[in-house]
Write a protein that binds this ligand. Structure first.
Ligand SMILES: [Zn+2]
Ligand SMILES: [Zn+2]
Length: 235
């Protein structure tokens, strides 16, 4: 009799085991695209909840490509849900440049492709600059980033706060200054190509002592200790 009971118990136990999962489920939380799932047997519960759309991020700009990208990612997992690239028609908006100093600095490096190197740095005063050197490591010049006449600081490196660029030069090689100024001008006025940027540079120098305006920007060149200083301001 005892033996029969043992056998019955064993049978019941077997049935329970056979009808269910052999494992004690180890549930893993659902992700956006997978439901709650047992990591041992793969059994799932419920449905995948789906992505949760985050805020639309508008206007991340690529100066070199002259485009602006708006996008929306999932708040939970970061998957890109939607993006839209539009061509920029201007680098100016609301009395300021649309780019941050870092973006401008990157655009210059893309444009010059190693011929000149732009590096974000600060002066002892805290003023935010891009140091410009040539491919041989010679210091060519610098750009200072300004807003309302004050220099920006490193905290502004990623903000589109700049309304003027001041470029000054350590080199006496005018050919280098012309080379770099051409790129700087093209980075400020989307309408310029290398030829029209050179024409603009001539017009700025011709206007020495007063200012030259074109496409929503004003330009001035002055001499400081016999070194050229160019000021480019959004009107
Ligand atoms: Zn399981
Ligand atoms: Zn997601």
């Amino acid at each position: 009799m005892k033996r029969i009971i043992s056998t019955l118990l064993l049978l019941v136990l077997c049935c329970t085991l056979l009808t269910g999962c052999f494992c004690k489920h180890e549930w893993q939380d659902a992700t956006c695209t997978t439901p709650t799932t047992c990591s041992l047997c793969g059994k799932t519960e419920g449905e995948a909840p789906g992505h949760m759309a985050g805020d639309m991020v508008t206007g991340e700009i690529d100066l070199a490509a002259k485009t602006s990208t708006s996008y929306q990612n999932c708040k939970i997992c970061g998957t890109s849900l939607h993006s839209e690239v539009t061509d920029l028609t201007t680098f100016l908006d609301g009395g300021k440049f649309i780019f941050s100093p870092n973006q401008y600095n990157d655009a210059m490096n893309t444009y010059f492709g190693g011929e000149y190197i732009f590096e974000i740095d600060t002066l002892d005063s805290g003023a935010l600059i891009s140091m410009i050197s040539d491919a041989n490591g010679g210091v060519t010049g610098a750009i200072m980033y300004l807003a309302n006449g004050d220099s920006l600081t490193i905290d502004d490196a990623d903000s589109p706060a700049c309304d003027s660029l001041l470029s000054y030069w350590y080199t006496d090689d005018n050919a280098q200054i012309i080379d770099v100024m051409t790129g700087i001008l093209m980075g400020c006025d989307i309408n310029l190509n290398e030829e029209t940027a050179l024409n603009t540079l001539s017009a700025i120098i011709d206007a020495y002592g007063s200012s030259y305006s074109s496409n929503g920007l004003s330009y001035e060149v002055t001499l400081n200790d016999n070194d050229f200083v160019f000021l480019i301001s959004v009107d």
